[in-house]
Design a protein around this ligand. Structure first.
Ligand code: FES
Length: 102
């Protein structure tokens, strides 16, 4: 399975999208498809998922979808957060958030 997207490519090359040596807020737990993950509160859900190794955010026409622009423009990161459609790159992680593919 080929996952395309600038964020996925950068994560594969750099290992992390997070800037090193920056103080971050406390981590909280959220779930993706029922599986718990931890990320700093307020970090974008797309970044948190990429950091957790989750690149496929859903299925598009004939190919899996992954975060691409990380800026709210491409709609490739569409997911469901607490049952509602949302763009993962624009949604801040919060404690107890339940996310899944759209
Ligand atoms: S990654 Fe493009 S809109 Fe979210």
């Amino acid at each position: 399975m080929v996952i395309r997207g600038i964020a996925a490519i950068l994560t594969a090359m750099m290992g992390s999208l997070r800037i090193r040596d920056v103080l971050r807020p406390a981590e909280v737990t959220f779930t993706w498809q029922g599986r718990p993950f931890r990320a700093p509160v307020g970090e974008s859900l797309a970044t948190a998922l990429l950091e957790a190794g989750i690149r496929c955010l859903g299925e598009g026409p004939g190919a899996p979808r992954a975060a691409f622009c990380m800026a709210g423009s491409c709609q490739q990161c569409l997911v469901r957060v607490d049952g509602r459609p949302a763009q993962a790159c624009l949604v801040p992680v919060r404690a107890g958030m339940a996310a899944e593919p759209a």
